[in-house]
Design a protein around this ligand. Structure first.
Ligand code: SF4
Length: 140
């Protein structure tokens, strides 16, 4: 098997860092303006939904709540400033989507178009979302 590309290395690093630092406080979820539009999030508790999303990042089974949050994300970025740990929660959702689509090697849990440009789009997206330090590490 070949050496993983820089983007995969960055995503794996982002997942590991998020799993280590996220306290599941739920503030990113509470700041999200889209949750009222999700079918399975009406009675959801913020820490539980975040915990479920972290399971998706781990490549484990995804709850309907976690999938719904991923589905309704419009990248408003409201979650980013809400995180007291400095985690880019919008990127956390985006990586969750990649994982749920099966693009990180796990089972596919979310329907999506097969898109040969998927990773090119993610690359362009990532370049607009990363801090200068993150960008420098990613390009190393
Ligand atoms: S706000 Fe930050 S620490 Fe709190 S649940 Fe969201 S990502 Fe985790």
């Amino acid at each position: 098997m070949g050496k993983p590309g820089n983007l995969r290395v960055f995503i794996d690093g982002f997942i590991a860092d998020t799993l280590e630092r996220c306290t599941r406080c739920g503030r990113c979820y509470e700041a999200c303006p889209m949750t009222p539009y999700a079918e399975h999030l009406k009675e959801a508790a913020a820490p539980a939904v975040v915990s479920d999303l972290l399971e998706v990042l781990r490549g484990r089974a995804a709850s309907e709540q976690a999938l719904d949050w991923i589905r309704v994300c419009t990248q408003s970025a409201s979650c980013i400033d809400a995180c007291p740990e400095g985690i880019n929660a919008m990127l956390m959702l985006r990586v969750g989507r990649i994982a749920a689509l099966g693009s990180l090697g796990g089972a596919r849990r979310l329907e999506g178009r097969d898109d040969p440009l998927f990773f090119r789009r993610i690359t362009a997206f990532a370049e607009t979302q990363l801090t200068p330090d993150e960008l420098a590490r990613w390009r190393r």
